[in-house]
Write a protein that binds this ligand. Structure first.
Ligand SMILES: [Zn+2]
Ligand SMILES: [Zn+2]
Length: 238
């Protein structure tokens, strides 16, 4: 079976998401995807849909940056990186470092935990907003440590779904993601999308004058920062 997957999508269960799961599924199918991972922040989607494989996942915020747990069977309520990693592994899940170089302060830190994780997002559509080299650095990190390639759009809005299409082949989605030939086509998300999901985040938390000014400044910055035009193609035979 050939899978076309986007492995990093947020529903409105995330504090900064606004899509319903059915909206995500519909959009993903319209983009030709037959596999998605719904990776809500500290949340957990447990459901199925016809015609599309839904990988149960979660995005954790840890002291080593954002971490995706994929193929999970039970929710994990932990904040500590090491406890999350062992929790996901105990469930038979896969641990993937999400956009490790999105911010520049993680470079040295992530080297020390490379041996504990299974894979890295070598392309994340939102990662290059602050650090233009973020995705290239992530791929070099994966190659340096022999880690599996993963990729996702980090969609918070319908227009972002399918900004990454990861193609792989196998008897099931899990074996397709962990062995054989893989190819990734990635597009960068418009920075305005990040401003829109930050708006949702502040709105959900309840606006204060301080957060409103903070958001306005952030939105202006996003509006004037140029979208990366380059489309990226990465492939590997494992
Ligand atoms: Zn993240
Ligand atoms: Zn995310």
């Amino acid at each position: 079976m050939i899978y076309k997957a986007d492995l990093h999508i947020h529903s409105k269960k995330s504090f900064d998401g606004r899509m319903s799961v059915s909206e995500i599924i519909e959009k993903a199918k319209s983009k030709g995807l037959n596999a998605i991972a719904i990776t809500d922040h500290d949340g957990y989607f447990d459901g199925e849909a016809e015609g599309i494989e839904i990988i149960r996942g979660c995005e954790f915020s840890t002291e080593y940056g954002h971490l995706l747990g994929l193929f999970m069977t039970d929710p994990i309520v932990e904040k500590d990186f090491h406890k999350i990693v062992s929790g996901v592994h105990e469930q038979g899940g896969i641990v993937v470092l999400a956009h490790p170089y999105q911010r520049r302060n993680m470079e040295e830190k992530v080297e020390s935990i490379a041996h504990l994780i299974d894979g890295v997002e070598v392309f994340n559509s939102r990662a290059a907003k602050k650090n233009k080299e973020a995705n290239r650095q992530a791929k070099a990190f994966a190659d340096r440590h022999g880690l599996l390639y993963f990729a996702g759009s980090d969609s918070h809005l319908p227009g972002e779904i399918g900004n990454v299409i990861l193609t792989c082949e196998g008897d099931d989605i899990r074996s397709a993601l962990t062995g054989g030939f893989i190819s990734i086509e990635g597009k960068h998300s418009d920075p305005v999308n990040t401003a829109r999901s930050q708006f949702t985040r502040f709105k959900n938390a309840g606006w204060t004058p301080k957060t409103f000014i903070k958001w306005c400044l952030f939105a202006l910055k996003c509006l004037f920062s140029k979208k990366e035009k380059e489309n990226v193609v990465i492939s590997k035979d494992r």
